[in-house]
Design a protein around this ligand. Structure first.
Ligand code: HEC
Ligand code: HEC
Ligand code: HEC
Length: 485
C-alpha cells in the first residue's frame, strides 16, 4: 500500500531528458538532451528515475482526448498524436506494465466523431491497451457502430445486463510480472453521465448507476473491503469527468491506490493529497502519457513511487499501422463527403439573410482588384492548398479554418462546387459580402477580433505575442493604425 508515500512529480522537460537517456537506443536521443545530463538533475535523482530496463512495474495512463487523433500541424512543435507513442510503449514489456485510458476519446456524436471513435479503438487495440473506460457520447454510438477492433472496455458503474450489450467488463484484473516479481492489479472505470441529447430509450439501455456505490459494490464482490488498504493488490480507478464530489468520495476509500481523472490543463497533474489514494489528471488532447513507476519492494519503501509526464513530441517516430488507419479515416471522410454533402454536418443560416459571394467577386476589376492580388499571394490566399498538400482537405475540422464559411449555408463545399470560397478569403474577416456587393454603402465588417477565431492557442500559439507583426503582414488598408489599436 502506498499510504504516506512521498510522491515525486517531475517537470516534463527534465523527465523527458532522463527518459530519453535511460531508455535503449532507437528512441531518438538528441544531442541537446545528452548535453543536459550533467546539469539538469531531477529531484531525487539519486534514485534512478527510469531504470534502464525497468526494475519494477509501470502504470501508464492516458485520457481526455477531446477527439484529437493527431495535432493539426498548424504550427511547429505540437505535442500529441495517437500514432507517435508506440516506441514509448514498446520500451516497457507489456507483461510488466498496466496501460489504461480513462476516456473519453470523443466528445461529440456526429458522423466525424463516429469515424474518429473507430479509429481510436483500432489504434488503442493495436497499442495493446489493457483497459479503456467509455462514457458519454461513446456510449451512444458504440453499439450502433459495432467496431471491428475492440480493446478491453471497462464500465464499472453500469448495470450488468447493459454491460453485456456493450461487450464491457465490470473490472479488469491483470497480474504484472517482471523477473521473479509479480503485482496484482485491478482497474475500475467510471463512465460520466450521458449527454443531454440522449433519448429516454438510450438512458434505459445504458443503465448508469451511482459511481461511488458501484465501486464499493464491485470491490465487495471481489472480497475487498473498501475501508481497508489492500497490501497485496494495486487498485486503479479511472473517471472520465471532472467531478469533485465523486473524487472526494473515492479518496475516502483506503482500498484504492490511484485515481486517474480528467483535468482542465493539457499537462497531466498530480493532485497532492496527504492521505488516501493518489489522484492524477491525465492531461488533454493526447499530448502526454502519465507514467507511474512502481519499483519492486515499493511497499517497504513507498517513497520510491515515481510520477512522470511523458510529452509526445513532434519528432517521435510514427507507427506505420496507425498512420495507415488514419489515412483510412481521411478516406472515409472523403467518401462520406462530410464537407461537400449539405446534410452531413450542421450548417447555420447567416444573419439577416446575407450570403457569402467569394473572393473573386470581392476582387472584381471595379472593386478591390489590387487588394485581391495582394491577398492571393499571401498565405491566407492558398490555405486550402496547404491542406491538400497534407491530404486533409476532406476533414471538416481542418477545412473550417482554411476556407470561407464551411459551417454556414452559403459557405465552402468543395474546390469544384465552390472554388471561389476556397482559402481564408476576404469574407472570413470582413463578413459575408452579398449585401455589401448589392449596395456598396452597406458597411462591410472589420472585426479585429476575427483573427482569434482561427489564430487560437492551439493553431497559432505565437499570434497573441506577435499580434502586431501578424497585422503588418496582411496590411491592405489605409486607415490609420490608431483607429483600430
Ligand atoms: C478563417 C480563419 C482565419 C482568420 C479569421 C484569420 N486567419 Fe490568418 N491564417 C489562417 C490560416 C489557415 C493561415 C495559414 C495559411 C497557410 O499557410 O496555408 C493563416 C496565416 C496567417 C499569417 C501568416 C503567418 C506567418 O507566420 O507567415 C498571418 C500573418 C495571419 N494569418 C494574420 C491574420 C490576421 C492579422 C488576422 C485577423 C485580422 C487573421 N490572420 C485572420 C487562418 C485565419
Ligand atoms: C482554429 C482554426 C484552424 C483549424 C481548425 C486548423 N487550422 Fe491549420 N492553420 C490555422 C492557422 C491560424 C494557421 C497559421 C498559423 C501561424 O502561422 O501562426 C494554420 C496553418 C496550417 C498549416 C501550415 C503550417 C506551416 O507553418 O506551414 C498546416 C499544414 C495546417 N494549418 C494544417 C491543418 C490541418 C491538417 C488541420 C486539421 C487537422 C488544420 N490545419 C486545422 C488555423 C487552423
Ligand atoms: C485576415 C483578415 C482579412 C482578410 C482575409 C482580408 N481583410 Fe481586408 N481588412 C482587414 C483588416 C484588419 C483591415 C483594416 C481595418 C479596416 O479597414 O476595417 C482591412 C481593410 C480592408 C479594406 C479597407 C481599405 C482601406 O483603404 O482602409 C478593404 C477595402 C478590404 N480590407 C478589402 C479586402 C478584400 C477585398 C479582401 C480579399 C481579397 C480582404 N480585405 C481580405 C482584414 C482582412
Amino acid at each position: 500500500m502506498m499510504r504516506n508515500a512521498k510522491y515525486i512529480w517531475q517537470s516534463g522537460v527534465v523527465l523527458l531528458v532522463v527518459l530519453l537517456l535511460a531508455w535503449p537506443a532507437g528512441i531518438g536521443v538528441r544531442n541537446s538532451a545528452a548535453e543536459e545530463q550533467g546539469t539538469a538533475t531531477p529531484a531525487g535523482a539519486g534514485q534512478t528515475a527510469v531504470p534502464e530496463a525497468p526494475s519494477g512495474f509501470v502504470l501508464l495512463l492516458t485520457g481526455n482526448w477531446g477527439g484529437q487523433i493527431e495535432p493539426c500541424g498548424c504550427s511547429e512543435k505540437q505535442l500529441g498524436g495517437i500514432d507517435r507513442r508506440s516506441h514509448i510503449l514498446k520500451a516497457i514489456p507489456a507483461s510488466g506494465r498496466l496501460l489504461v485510458d480513462a476516456g473519453p476519446l470523443i466528445d461529440k456524436e456526429d458522423l466525424q466523431s463516429r469515424l474518429k471513435f473507430e479509429t481510436f479503438l483500432f489504434s488503442l487495440k493495436h497499442l495493446n491497451y489493457d483497459a479503456i473506460g467509455l462514457s458519454g457520447e461513446e456510449l451512444l454510438v458504440k453499439n450502433e457502430l459495432k467496431p471491428s477492433e475492440l480493446p478491453p472496455l471497462v464500465m464499472t458503474n453500469m448495470a450488468e445486463p447493459a454491460r453485456q450489450t456493450f461487450e464491457a467488463l465490470g473490472y479488469l484484473q491483470k497480474t504484472l510480472a517482471a523477473g521473479e516479481e509479480q503485482l496484482d492489479c485491478l482497474v475500475l472505470s467510471l463512465a460520466r453521465e450521458l449527454p443531454a441529447s440522449a433519448t429516454d430509450h438510450q438512458k434505459k439501455l445504458v443503465q448508469l448507476q451511482d459511481s461511488a456505490a458501484a465501486v464499493k459494490e464491485m470491490l465487495a464482490s471481489l472480497n475487498i473491503d473498501p475501508e481497508k488498504s489492500t497490501p497485496d493488490r494495486l487498485i486503479v480507478v479511472t473517471m472520465s469527468e471532472k467531478n469533485k464530489g465523486l473524487a472526494e468520495k473515492l479518496q475516502q476509500m483506503p482500498a484504492l491506490d490511484v485515481i486517474a481523472t480528467v483535468g482542465t490543463a493539457d499537462e497531466p497533474e498530480l493532485c497532492e493529497a496527504k492521505t488516501g489514494p493518489v489522484m492524477v489528471t491525465t492531461g488533454r488532447l493526447g499530448k502526454y502519457i502519465v507514467r507511474i513507476d512502481v519499483p519492486f519492494g515499493y511497499r517497504d519503501n513507498p517513497s520510491q513511487l515515481r510520477f512522470q509526464r511523458i510529452a509526445i513530441e513532434e519528432d517521435f517516430e510514427k507507427d506505420a499501422v496507425i498512420v495507415s488507419r488514419i489515412d483510412d479515416y481521411q478516406l472515409q471522410m472523403q467518401i462520406e463527403q462530410l464537407v461537400e454533402d449539405e446534410t452531413k454536418i450542421v450548417r447555420q443560416p447567416l444573419e439577416g439573410g446575407n450570403r457569402f459571394v467569394g473572393n473573386v467577386s470581392c476582387g472584381a476589376a471595379d472593386c478591390h482588384e489590387d487588394i485581391y492580388q495582394k491577398w492571393r499571394e499571401f498565405r491566407h490566399g492558398y490555405a486550402l492548398e496547404t491542406l491538400e498538400k497534407v491530404n486533409r482537405q476532406y476533414d471538416p475540422s481542418c477545412v473550417s479554418c482554411h476556407t470561407v464559411g464551411m459551417a454556414y449555408e452559403s459557405g465552402f463545399r468543395s474546390r469544384e462546387k465552390t472554388p471561389d470560397l476556397a482559402d481564408v478569403g476576404c469574407e472570413m474577416c470582413h463578413g459575408p459580402g452579398e449585401k455589401h456587393q448589392q449596395d456598396v454603402y452597406e458597411e462591410y465588417q472589420t472585426v479585429f477580433t476575427a483573427c482569434e477565431q482561427c489564430h487560437d492557442h492551439e493553431s497559432s500559439p505565437k499570434f497573441e505575442k506577435e499580434r502586431e507583426d501578424y497585422f503588418k503582414k496582411i496590411e491592405h488598408w489605409t486607415v490609420p493604425r490608431e483607429y483600430w489599436e
